[in-house]
Design a protein around this ligand. Sequence first.
Ligand SMILES: [Zn+2]
Length: 159
Amino acid sequence: MLTCGHCGRRLCVVYVGRRIGYHIYRCDRSKLMLARPRCMTTNGARTDVAVIEELLRAVEPLAIDAALEAERMHLEGEAQRRRMVELDLQQARYEASLAERRYAACDPDNRLIAAQPEKSWEATLRRVEACEARLNERQVRDDAAMPDFAGLAQDLKAA
Ligand SMILES: [Zn+2]
């Protein structure tokens, strides 16, 4: 992707060094095609660092926008999941109150008839407890540290 500052042609990557290999960028076209002296040769590692720094400088504003959008989507998803659990809890409480009324309406002297509504009522109460536990777990998770999206965007080099 790098081009020569003299002739505008693409630079070649050349790997050199016998023991510790390293790479350089150079423009061989004028030498190969026109038998002229080579336009340029440059240190590969330093050039790569300069390209990376320039790339990071260019994408940083976009990365910050992306981080803010990711944070917004994360919070929105969490709120939606919390709302689902709250709706489950609301439904479970409603079913428990219905089951309680059915049990209360039974003739207490007729144990055979009262046994089933009692079991249903107990089952709905267990569901209420399970929903409350899920809601508490979610609260604990919400209170825990949220991923640091903005920090990630501001420290792209480390990321
Ligand atoms: Zn050149």
